[in-house]
Design a protein around this ligand. Structure first.
Ligand code: ADE
Length: 244
């Protein structure tokens, strides 16, 4: 999978892309990342990339010409790439969408800045607008990092056999169950007995119950899309805390 990222701040990506899973994905040749400075495509003397909106209003917009030239320049590395624009107005990034994106041959991500981009860029080039959450970032760079990270860990071979994207939170619409490692007692707090029992069926049942409880507590909206049996709903009601 090739990622091409169009940004006014390529240096922001240096740390995050040089460490951990994204670094490993690149080292294994499973992902390639191209960073493109949009300003390099601005042809005027001052390398202008923004301008005020027609009709007035606060803030500046990203001008269409440098953006269009940078998209066309970056697309040469992967003509099949799906073009994404990061914006709080976009489709919410969920695990399902990340899975869909991980099947593409390449992603070209335009990092929005200022008050947004000229609408004609969306019309002409953008396949999908993506939001990483209902809050406003100072620019799309952090959103692009989130997209690259979530998609990369879904590419076969990137995660080791001891790391799994399948048991991750959200992969079955439930949050993850609590996890413990040594020591068995820490600051007077014990690891639940069942996890030390060696009884795998009991452990699986406990983990499922804990995942259900956590999801009901923190994200009751997810329970609607999860595969929860009537028996499990009865269990959740029996815990008394939740109105599900
Ligand atoms: N740019 C600014 N805020 C954003 C958000 N929440 N998601 C994606 N891009 C953004």
């Amino acid at each position: 999978m090739r990622f091409d990222i169009l940004t006014l701040f390529p240096d922001m990506f240096k740390g995050p892309f040089d460490e951990s899973i994204i670094r490993r994905g690149q080292d294994k040749g499973l992902i390639q990342i191209g960073l493109h400075q949009i300003r390099d495509y601005a042809l005027d003397r001052h390398h202008t990339v923004d301008d005020s909106p027609y009709g007035g209003g606060a803030g500046m917009l990203m001008k269409p010409e440098p953006l269009a030239a940078s998209i066309e320049g970056a697309r040469r590395f992967n003509p099949e790439a799906t073009v994404l624009l990061t914006t709080p107005q976009g489709k919410p990034l969920k695990q399902g969408l990340a899975q869909e994106l991980s099947l593409k041959s390449g992603l070209l991500i335009i990092c929005g800045r200022y008050e947004g981009v000229d609408e004609r860029i969306r019309e002409q080039y953008v396949d999908m607008e993506i939001s990483v959450g209902d809050y406003v970032l100072s620019g799309g760079e952090l959103a692009a990092m989130v997209i690259v990270d979530t998609v990369t860990r879904l590419i076969p071979g990137v995660l080791g056999s001891d790391e799994s994207a399948i048991t991750d939170s959200f992969s079955d619409s439930l949050l993850e169950y609590p996890q413990y490692t040594r020591p068995p007692v820490f600051k007077g707090l014990k690891v639940p007995e069942v996890l030390l029992s060696g009884n795998h069926a009991e452990i699986a049942r406990w983990r499922r119950e804990q995942a259900l409880i956590r999801t009901a507590e923190n994200r009751p909206d997810l329970l609607k899309q999860a595969n929860v049996t009537d028996k499990e709903l009865l269990f959740l009601r029996s815990t008394g805390v939740f109105d599900v």
